[in-house]
Design a protein around this ligand. Structure first.
Ligand SMILES: Cc1cc2nc3c(=O)[nH]c(=O)nc-3n(C[C@H](O)[C@H](O)[C@H](O)COP(=O)(O)O)c2cc1C
Length: 320
């Protein structure tokens, strides 16, 4: 099956579906599965502590698929002091898609373009979108309210057409609560040129997440997603059940006598900054977006991608 859009054509992929990079979750197994299914799989460079480990990860993916892949770079010295080295490796391996978050992408865009790679940039506001568009971004990733990880605060119903109207020349990838073909159809109807799928792909055997985390996605309702800056210093969406689990572990017997005790209510709980501490909090507290509402089982990533594309086609035909 092929679904042609500005983004699928630009990236040379069959389906305009990008497997979103996820800290401590997406590794080669997930990237390869998504790319082989016709989408494009991506992972954060920060999932590897050293450049040697990242090199091994890139070599492994190149050996396992000939399809395009993506790497996410956090362009912020404080959050990611090694981003330059990671970028050099992306250039060496001719990674087809570089996804930037935080920081200014200008120098990355110039060098990536010189070897034919595309650069997509995460944005949550029009101001940031205008800056990256001016720097030459090949597409904007509109990270809307309800997304897993560091989500934006604007509803996708407003954000996607808002960016398209203001910056019509740059394609938009919709990010946030896209877990089914219906949501993909809605995003494309709003003007998006592709979708970005994070949370749904955690509930797959290929995701490197604890079994308990995957099951929590199946069991959790969207009412149990908490949007707060208190965990990582930047507003993000978290699974309430994982916060409660941590609170219970920290307080031991005390928490058991206070059902629902949350680490967020603890006056001594402080947002964690600095990479190693942040990594620790992402390991203990699990992130997910509002798309948990549509996650009912753990399924292979290829099945998720193919089903989404097939359902998208059906929805499109059956619209009133
Ligand atoms: C567990 C988790 C980790 C994430 N880590 C990153 C990351 O390292 N870099 C990044 O740019 N986005 C990260 N994100 C955000 C995703 O790339 C994407 O924007 C988001 O998951 C899309 O929304 P959805 O989860 O509702 O599909 C993460 C999301 C989750 C759920």
């Amino acid at each position: 099956m092929q679904i042609k859009t500005a983004v699928s054509t630009m990236l040379g992929i069959d389906l305009p579906i990008i497997g979103a990079p996820m800290f401590l979750v997406s590794y080669p197994d997930l990237v390869v599965a998504v790319s082989e299914a016709g989408g494009l799989g991506a992972m954060p460079a920060l999932n590897y502590r050293t450049s040697e480990e990242l090199r091994r990860g890139l070599s492994e993916m190149r050996a396992r698929t000939k399809k395009p892949i993506g790497i996410n770079l956090i362009l912020h010295k404080e959050h990611n002091p090694k981003w330059q080295e990671q970028f050099e490796l992306c250039l060496e391996f001719k990674v087809e898609l570089i996804i930037t978050s935080l920081g200014s992408p200008r120098s990355v865009i110039k060098e990536a373009k010189s070897i034919g790679s595309k650069v997509f940039c995460d944005v949550t506001t029009l101001r940031h979108a205008e800056i990256v568009a001016k720097s030459g971004a090949d597409a904007l990733i509109a990270v809307a309210q309800g997304a897993g990880g560091h989500a934006g605060a604007i509803s996708p119903f407003a954000l996607i057409p808002y960016l398209k109207e203001a910056i019509p020349e740059v394609p938009v990838v919709a990010s946030g609560a896209i877990a089914t073909g219906k949501q993909m159809a809605a995003a494309l109807a709003l003007g998006a040129d592709a979708v970005y799928v994070g949370t749904r792909l955690i509930a797959t055997p290929e995701a490197q997440a604890y079994a308990e985390y995957k099951q929590m996605l199946v069991d959790s309702a969207p009412e149990e997603i908490i949007y707060t800056p208190k965990i990582s210093g930047i507003p993000a969406n978290w699974l309430k059940r994982s916060l409660e689990k941590l609170a219970a572990r920290k307080d031991g017997i005390h928490a058991a006598s206070q059902p629902g005790a949350s680490v967020l209510e603890d006056p001594n709980f402080k947002p964690e900054t600095g990479l190693s501490v942040e990594a620790k909090s992402w390991k203990e507290i699990w992130s997910a977006g509002h798309g948990v509402a549509q996650i009912h089982s753990i399924e292979p990533a290829a099945q998720v991608i193919r089903q989404m594309a097939a359902d998208y086609q059906k929805v499109k035909q059956n619209l009133p």
